[in-house]
Design a protein around this ligand. Sequence first.
Ligand code: GLN
Length: 340
Amino acid sequence: MTRDVDDQHVLAAVSTGRLPRFGRVEELLADAHARYRDDDSGVVADYIPALASADRALFGLSVVDVDGSVHVVGDADHEFSVQSISKAFVYALALEEHGHDAVREAVGVNATGLPFNSVMAVELNDGSPMNPMVNAGAIAVTALVPGASPAARWQYLHDGLSAFAGRPLALDVEVYESEAASNQRNRAIARLLESYGRLARDPLETTDLYTQQCALRVSARDLAVMGATLADGGINPVTHERVVDASVCRHVLAALAASGLYERSGEWLDDVGMPGKSGVSGGIVTVAPGKGALATYSAPLDDAGNSVRGVRATRFLSAELGLNLFASRPDATHDREDVR
Ligand code: GLN
């Protein structure tokens, strides 16, 4: 596809403004936690057996400002496997490595409207994985990871996701082994992509690498730092390391806006007004470009696979922190006669 606006022009226009002051963010986070702590609706995922034992009472929230301030409340340091949220960050690494046009050509950015693990979506779209936030697209993105051996490719992913978090992330071996023994559907999706000539590497090796990336352990605090790196033009605001280019962040956030919350992405954008990504273990990260990121952890999910407390708390905080990207008020220079 030819593009009529070059990157330099797009980059000149950025989201501006700041998060509220430190103390106000602290108050609002505590308020959000108190409001939704006792909301016990939803079902903990069990299709990956090791996830079924999650404690449904745990609830953590974190906000990280692009100025490096970190806010946490509740169980924000409890670690859980990152699952689908890894898709956003591996996509970022692939964009950084191969450039936007090649990755978009290979994977796409349109929503499927179907569940994240749909096989039918691949069939209905002539073998296109459609977007990087569904399993087919994420597996196709993982197939683009550079490295001469499976170990080198894992090292690359592990280093890259750790740079986003600003600390070395650990693999949850129990979750990895549990998913590796029960991921026949993902292996089937990888085989199907292979049959369409859409997978750059061996399907089983790629599914295994994808399964490992999903089993990296993060906390809500880590997710907020990772999201804040996407909010900060690719610089981790806590470590000050440049992880990816600013243009990469823009493309990742666009893909999240289109399909970060599965089939609920439209409702999410309507209610929250920001790009976000959820995972089946109960995490959600939400990014306010140029301002910071918000992350939530709570295991019980709605029927689309999104954390119930997480969606509610994020909706509340987006409004209270003034983060909805679609909100505006009339320009202050209008005088009264001007406005009819
Ligand atoms: N590893 C999980 C899977 O592939 C991730 C899914 C998710 O978090 N939605 O099924």
